[in-house]
Design a protein around this ligand. Structure first.
Ligand SMILES: Cc1ncc(COP(=O)(O)O)c(C=O)c1O
Length: 464
């Protein structure tokens, strides 16, 4: 949630500009104060609807990983469940049952072993799931230290510097030293050697990302695990891994079945993913699964009774919408393994096609060629008199939202453009995107790097 500062004084009397037919003569709607009386439902709908006209076109938004389209039947189910509170498992036992089935399906998809009794829950998204995963790591580490009679007040967490901001938040909010391993232009992700070099007895865990937010690459979970196995075998600390599979958790099981990144790797203790990314559900639902009971310390689990019945929960929120969990179950039934595979493979094929096109343009270079989620990140080659920010702005004129941003610390002198290929960016749309990208750079080169329109450009664009 962006922090909203108190509005300046001269804004306080501002009113919402409303079409006259929706207001009584002399009536006004204050912009920053609760109106004294209400509008009719139709008028209020129209006013809000109009206000939202300038929000972007979701399908042209190539910045987000989050699902922007669901089938009408899914929308219908979500509308039917809009009033259901996920925490109220006594009143909505079947919604709770569907959550349980989803957890079981996801644990199975990530190769958890039934005999180890995997445990999991839904969350509002990966950020909450990462907080829970991180807390479990911290608790277990502290318990181990206490049992050994050692101090437990200097925990640290090892990640690449390319982690999503939720891990920076985790470390700051829960007082854990964040050991960010620098990434570089040649290797844009955490490696086994670089992770190992930062670990010590106070390391609560190593986070490996399956699908970097910056360039989509998969971090080498199995290699990192092997290095940590070696450390433990040499009487070093026994350090668990959490896999942040926010995006890759719903891609790798279908597109890279043989890649060992999940509970097949014994050192992986917990995994999170966003149901609302490649899980193909509207925001906000995430998932976290722990390999076994031990990976989730029981004193983090609360047994809530005030809603009737007993229900053990581990969550940062109390109340939370249930509709997304129902929608996740709908998607699992609707698509099955084969449906997810077809969708994610189509996204990967489209991403590879876009990557090949971009790679063939003299202006750009791909940031990484390692396998990963269907994301294409590319940077400018040489000094061309314009930047990726100018390209991003020029593409906006066609409606495309292609973000430009600096790479993580230690690579911040490199700025990139990133295209996230989601269900809905068809090969046809991808073709138009690539054409528009080519035109955007042609224009920028003609204008000497200025994105602003010139009369020559408008003449080039309109043939009457
Ligand atoms: C690797 C990674 N982790 C965590 C998150 C946070 O996920 P959410 O938006 O579901 O909270 C993201 C979001 O893009 C991500 O890419």
């Amino acid at each position: 949630m962006p922090l909203h500062k108190h509005e300046p004084k001269d804004h306080r009397d501002a009113v919402v500009a409303v079409r006259p037919q929706f207001l009584e003569p002399g009536e006004e709607i204050p912009r920053f104060r609760l109106p004294a009386s209400g509008l009719t439902s139709e008028s209020a709908y129209q006013v809000v609807h109009d206000e939202l006209l300038l929000d972007g076109v979701a399908r042209l938004n190539l910045a987000t990983f989050v699902t922007t389209w669901m089938e009408p039947a899914a929308e219908k189910l979500m509308a039917e469940c809009a009033s259901k509170n996920m925490i109220d498992k006594d009143e909505y036992p079947q919604t709770a049952e569907l959550e349980k089935r989803c957890c079981a399906m996801i644990a199975h998809m990530w190769h958890a072993s039934d005999s180890e009794h995997p445990t999991g829950c839904s969350t509002t998204g990966s950020s909450e799931a990462c907080m829970l995963g991180g807390l479990a790591l911290k608790w277990r580490w502290r318990q181990r230290r206490q049992q050994a009679g050692l101090p437990g007040d200097k925990p640290n967490l090892v990640t690449g510097s390319n982690v999503q901001v939720c891990w920076e938040k985790f470390c700051r909010y829960w007082d854990v030293e964040h050991r960010q391993v620098p990434v570089g232009p040649d290797v844009t992700h955490l490696t086994a050697e670089s992770a190992l070099a930062r670990c010590d007895e106070n390391t609560i865990g190593v986070v490996a990302i399956l699908g970097s937010t910056y360039d989509g690459v998969y971090e080498p979970v199995a290699d990192i695990a092997r290095a940590l196995d070696g450390l433990a075998a040499a009487d070093g600390p026994d350090i668990p891994i959490h896999v942040d599979a926010a995006s890759g958790g719903f891609v790798a099981p279908f597109c890279d079945e043989d890649l060992e990144w999940d509970f097949r790797v014994p050192r992986v203790q917990s995994i999170n993913a966003s149901g609302h990314k490649y899980g193909l559900v509207y925001p906000g639902v995430g998932w976290i699964i722990w390999r076994d009971h031990e990976a989730l310390p029981q004193d983090l689990v609360f047994d809530v009774e005030y809603l009737g019945g007993h229900m053990p929960t581990f969550a940062l929120n109390f109340s939370r919408p249930g509709a997304q969990v129902v929608a996740q179950y709908f998607m699992f039934l609707r698509l099955g393994r084969e449906g997810y595979r077809r969708i994610q493979e189509a996204c990967c094929e489209t991403a590879s096609w876009i990557a090949a096109q971009v790679d063939s343009m003299e202006q750009f270079d791909l940031v990484s060629r390692d396998p990963g989620i269907p994301v294409v990140a590319f940077k400018m080659v040489g000094d061309r008199g314009y930047t990726v920010y100018d390209v991003s702005e020029t593409l906006r004129a066609r409606g495309w939202l292609v973000p430009a941003y600096p790479m993580p610390p230690d690579m911040q002198d490199i700025s990139v453009l990133r295209v996230v290929v989601r269900n809905g960016l068809s090969r046809d749309l991808a073709g138009i995107l690539v054409d528009d990208l080519k035109q955007a750079v042609e224009r920028l080169e003609r204008r000497g790097g200025t994105p602003a329109a010139s009369p020559e450009d408008s003449r080039a664009g309109f043939h009457h």
